[in-house]
Design a protein around this ligand. Structure first.
Ligand code: BGC
Length: 760
């Protein structure tokens, strides 16, 4: 950037507290583009992969040489401020125009200080915590060279077989929107006007646009087919919320939509994203997304590359489709210079907004990184947030544990470091997190004894264990027989006053390309758990999982179950905090736990159908139900226990009738009726009783997390605005239709505490 521009932006920032006006950016980009060759413009659209982090099958080659030639707009998966500085130097000093490049990474739930997997984080229902986790991730990543994260992932999903439910915020649209906004604020900055103006604010990338969370059969990358009315009402809103919050980039998903791969879908990437939602950032494909359109069966490499560019893709991740094909396609008249210019402009604008033209090394602050990355302050916050993400599923007087006597810690997840952070923690140091064994021992030091036995392998099948523990997350297969492992565990159990069973999934049993058709605790672990329960000692199941798990036997027979997901780098201490009652659990499920896989998709905001099963019933002929299991979940959306109890007053409404444009205030008073302080997530659901199209039986439309001392009461109110009463009708108009609305407020999605009003 020339000196004059630097002065103008500095003055503007000082005077108005805002980034340089649009026109300055336009002038700058116009000027730069006037000097660029077609090849250099196409080079800006190219995003190869580099470094040691593996997030896909294909690799890029000759990256430095191509940077010199101006064939690279961004790079991802390179880690370390010094490494990144060296590569940036090639771009700035050795390419003809010296255009800096974007450095991206999947900073999904933390950089090196790792927070709970997103599904776990969402169970905190604490938007400040969510934002804070993204803020810390941005602070660490930005000091270490990264200016662009491929997060937030906001795909609504209702299929627990899909491994990537671990990366999202669960099944709910409304909660998904609030989390999407909080994440964008955390990465880019809280105030839309000043986002990306400081060197610790990084560009967010909302993904995977769109509908990626609804693959057929819960199999990753599989076909998606969905009505438009469902897209608009249930699946689109979180992407839009992220964009409205300022997200500067969008990632196209691998799946098809209406039969056209998202990567080449003009309706999606231009009509919806640009024209309806006014998105003004840039669109990147997912890993080899353009190339994969060939396998989708929609054309050869040249035609799919053209299709993607014309549909609205600006940057090509790893495929090389633009580099290889776009110039020829231009010469043949298959696309216009305007198509290339538009995409190039959007990439340069992102670099400008990030301030890379002013200082290309803005994000390479090795000294700061050495001090801040994984610092104690960040870790303390991560520990606190982790403990808030855990969900207490059952507790028959066993928890909290006392710090005395002998605690038998048993299970294949009890003594692992690398499995603590959770999937998609690509920058994590896998050898540093405490094991649960160490965490419990530290917590009870000098007061109680912790004995340990592995008890079983992760699964009996060796090959399945290898597939489930990739990327350095091995659990160390024990070659003793199942019987030997079990006997050792039973010996420990007999010497213990209480048993903590650390069981469930390995962290790579969820995440990308990690889908399951059985979602129970694996075979050998179940046998172990049954044997432990049979000893008659109190057993606490500490469940590690990246998805809802089927837990019927466990729910019936194990006295206490604490779901800890994968809580991040500080999991071990956080689990100890909750087990011993230093922290009162307050997480609530954001995905329904089904009773079996056959019930999937099972979610609370379902439609009633014309033949609903009446509440509390099981089988009735000619009703919508199963012969072999009832329709209820094992644990519903919004569910989670505490070490205290809460009581709700009846719901009161400010009016029984409301005119269009008006709003209704709904109120409850919540009292902590137990003996310890606790936090409660007060949830408000709405039912639009009659519509021109069918409406869900209820939908979350508000929530508030409150802290209450024993005996304390708080009144919580929700303003039900016309927007909250609205939905997309069959013409895809966003309308509030007159008629009755029911309001339910309570502790989970089954809340019966209700009132109703009429919209005139
Ligand atoms: C995933 C994305 C990720 C990208 C880059 C893809 O395989 O679907 O979520 O951002 O790889 O690592």
């Amino acid at each position: 950037m020339n000196k004059k521009l630097v002065i103008i932006s500095a003055v503007c920032l000082a005077l108005f507290g805002c980034a340089t006006p649009q026109s300055e950016m336009d002038k700058f980009v116009d000027d730069l583009m006037s000097k660029m060759t077609v090849e250099e413009k196409i080079g800006q659209l190219n995003l190869p992969v580099a470094g040691d982090i593996v997030t896909g099958q294909a690799k890029s080659s000759n990256v430095s040489e191509r940077i010199r030639k101006g064939e690279v707009g961004g790079l991802f998966n390179l880690k370390g401020a010094d490494k990144i500085r060296d590569v940036q130097r090639i771009a700035v000093e050795e390419s003809r125009l010296g255009i800096p490049i974007l450095f991206g990474m999947d900073v999904i739930h933390g950089y090196e200080t790792i927070f709970p997997i997103p599904l776990g984080l969402s169970c905190s229902w604490n938007m400040e915590a969510v934002e804070k986790s993204a803020r810390i991730a941005a602070e660490e990543a930005s000091a270490d060279g990264i200016c662009w994260t491929f997060s937030p992932m906001v795909d609504v999903s209702r299929d627990a077989r899909w491994g990537r439910v671990s990366e999202g915020s669960g099944e709910d649209t409304y909660l998904g929107c609030r989390i999407a906004e909080a994440m964008v604020r955390g990465y880019q900055g809280p105030d839309k006007e000043t986002q990306l103006t400081s060197n610790d604010q990084i560009l967010a990338c909302v993904k995977h646009f769109a509908l990626y969370g609804a693959p057929e059969a819960g199999r990753d990358y599989s076909t998606v087919d969905m009505s438009r009315i469902r897209m608009y009402n249930e699946y689109f809103p979180p992407y839009k919320a992220a964009i409205d919050a300022g997200a500067g980039s969008v990632m196209a998903s691998f799946n098809e939509i209406d039969g056209v791969p998202a990567t080449g879908n003009h309706w999606l990437l231009t009509d919806v994203l640009r024209d309806q939602w006014n998105f003004d950032g840039f669109v990147v494909t997912d890993y080899t997304g353009i190339f994969e359109m060939i396998a989708h069966g929609v054309g050869d490499f040249e035609s799919v590359s053209v299709q993607a560019l014309k549909a609205g893709v600006d940057m090509d991740m790893v495929s090389e489709g633009f580099i290889v094909n776009v110039k020829n396609a231009l010469d043949k008249g298959m696309l216009s210079m305007k198509d290339i210019d538009l995409a190039c402009r959007r990439i340069l604008e992102a670099k400008y907004r990030l301030g890379l033209f002013e200082d290309p090394y803005k994000f390479c602050r090795a000294e700061e990184a050495a001090k801040e990355v994984y610092c104690q302050e960040h870790r303390d916050i991560a520990r606190e947030i982790a403990s808030e993400s855990f969900v207490l599923l059952k507790n028959e007087g066993v928890l909290p544990l006392k710090k005395k006597g002998t605690i038998g810690l048993i299970g294949p997840l009890a003594d692992t470091r690398s499995n603590m952070p959770g999937t998609w923690s690509v920058a994590a140091r896998l050898d540093v997190p405490k094991t649960l064994r160490e965490g419990l021992a530290d917590a009870v030091k000098g007061k109680a004894e912790v004995l340990y036995a592995k008890g079983s392998n992760l699964v009996s099948d060796f090959d399945l264990e290898m597939r489930s523990t990739m990327f350095g997350r091995e659990l160390g297969r024990d070659n003793r027989t199942d019987a030997q492992l079990l006997n050792e565990a039973l010996a420990v159990a007999r010497r213990s006053d209480v048993i903590v069973a650390a069981l469930g999934e390995a962290s790579e049993m969820s995440g990308e390309s990690s889908c399951r058709t059985e979602i129970s605790i694996p075979d050998v672990q179940q046998k172990l758990l049954k044997a432990l329960v049979a000893t008659g000692k109190p057993v606490v199941l500490v469940l590690f999982n990246g998805r809802p798990i089927t837990l019927n036997w466990e729910a019936e027979n194990v006295p206490a179950i604490l779901d800890v997901w994968f809580g991040g780098s500080e999991t071990a201490d956080a689990v100890a905090d909750v087990l011993f009652g230093d922290v009162n659990p307050s997480g609530k499920l954001t995905m329904t736990f089904p009773k079996n896989v056959g019930q999937i998709p099972l979610y609370y905001a379902a439609k009633n159908t014309g033949r609903p099963l009446l509440e509390g019933r099981w089988f009735e002929k000619f009703r919508s139900n199963y012969l072999d299991v009832d329709n209820d979940p094992l644990y519903p959306f919004g569910y989670g226990l505490s070490y205290t109890t809460f009581e709700y007053s009846p719901v009161t409404l400010s009016a029984a009738e409301v005119a269009k444009g008006g709003s209704v205030k709904a109120e409850v008073t919540v009292t902590n009726t137990g003996k310890v302080a606790g936090k409660e997530v007060v949830q408000m659901y709405l039912q639009d009783v009659v519509g021109t199209t069918t409406r869900p039986v209820r939908e979350l439309k508000g929530f508030e997390k409150i802290a209450l001392e024993p005996g304390e009461s708080k009144t919580v109110s929700f303003e039900i605005t016309e927007e909250l009463m609205s939905h997309y009708n069959s013409d895809l108009e966003f309308v509030a239709e007159p008629g009755e609305f029911k309001v339910f407020i309570g502790t989970d999605s089954r809340a019966k505490n209700e009132a109703s009003f009429i919209l005139k």
